[in-house]
Design a protein around this ligand. Structure first.
Ligand SMILES: [Fe+2]
Length: 304
């Protein structure tokens, strides 16, 4: 199989410019797969339509939810909240052949493979702090402290009042269950993998936020060891709207967000195309010996 493993996130199709971008996304090769790492949009029908149309164009589409898909806005005819909303989105994805964190993880067999592509849904639990350290204590206290810090900074976390955790008592409680379920799934993965999550799996990237008080809504310390516990070729995420490639503990992290028009228009005249995650062109992404060499070098601290 030829083609490339591509990734994009934070399409935010509620903006006409971004909708046009999403509508124009097309594979360069009939074998291209597309990872969509959350925040397609907020309106239930829009999310389903965009994912279905992408699935029509790409050989495979793999989606994991962002916070915006989980919002329940008063203007949306679909009034489902929390876990029920997520489950309904999964159902729509399955109808159109889009893979989700609830499905068997696919194995990319194209150039650079075989590599398991593992979309995970982990949410957040207010354990990231503005200074990039981990917050401790009860989740309710962490949330109160986070809200107080946000208020003091004059910012309003967009998820509050929009993202509901039903039937869980809080996002943190839902997060705890999601993380446990994802860990069970990941333990069954043998060999190299690409991890896909909307929120970054490690807290380092949040230190680059302009408003650092948003950090508590950007992930969970519970996922901190995932990129080293497994043979992770790349960890794909979005959410922060700071598209870039970084390296933590020798593991490649790819923030693949498109972001809002005002953000990508600041950087250039067009939104960036999907990021190439695997195409076989880089030595350490080819299967077998080169991958073994990568992990050996990581153990030796070459990339530390
Ligand atoms: Fe997000």
């Amino acid at each position: 199989m030829a083609g490339r493993l591509l990734a994009v996130s934070d399409l935010h199709v509620g903006y006409p410019e971004n909708r046009a971008y999403a509508d124009a996304l097309s594979p360069g090769d009939s074998g291209d797969w597309l990872i969509v790492a959350g925040d397609v949009g907020e309106v239930f029908a829009d999310v389903g339509f965009v994912l279905a149309s992408l699935a029509n164009r790409f050989a495979k589409v793999i989606w994991t939810p962002g916070n915006h898909e989980l919002w329940t806005l008063p203007s949306d005819p679909v009034t489902l909240r929390g876990a029920a909303r997520y489950e309904a989105l999964v159902k729509v994805c399955r109808r159109f052949g889009v893979l989700t964190p609830e499905d068997e993880f696919p194995v990319w067999d194209g150039p650079g493979g075989p590599v398991t592509v593992a979309p995970v849904f982990a949410l957040y639990d207010y354990s990231f702090r503005a200074d990039g350290s981990a917050a401790h204590g009860a989740a309710a206290d962490r949330r109160s402290a986070a809200l107080a810090a946000a208020r003091k900074a004059g910012i309003r976390p967009a998820d509050e009042g929009r993202l509901h955790a039903d039937p869980y008592p809080s996002a943190a409680a839902w997060c705890r269950d999601l993380v446990a379920a994802a860990e069970r799934r990941l333990d069954d993965v043998a060999g190299p993998a690409v991890l896909v999550s909307h929120w970054p799996l490690v807290r380092d990237p949040v230190t680059a936020l302009r408003h650092k008080e948003f950090a508590p809504w950007c992930g969970t310390a519970l996922t901190a060891g995932w990129h080293t516990r497994h043979q992770v070729v790349a960890a794909v995420y979005g959410h922060l709207h700071i598209p870039r490639t970084t390296c933590y503990d020798g593991v490649r992290f790819e923030e693949v967000s498109v972001g809002y028009p005002r953000e990508w228009q600041r950087r250039g005249t067009a939104a960036p195309g999907p990021r190439v995650i695997l195409d076989g062109s880089l030595l350490w992404f080819s299967a077998g010996g080169a991958l073994a060499e990568l992990f050996a070098r990581r153990r030796e601290g070459v990339f530390a």
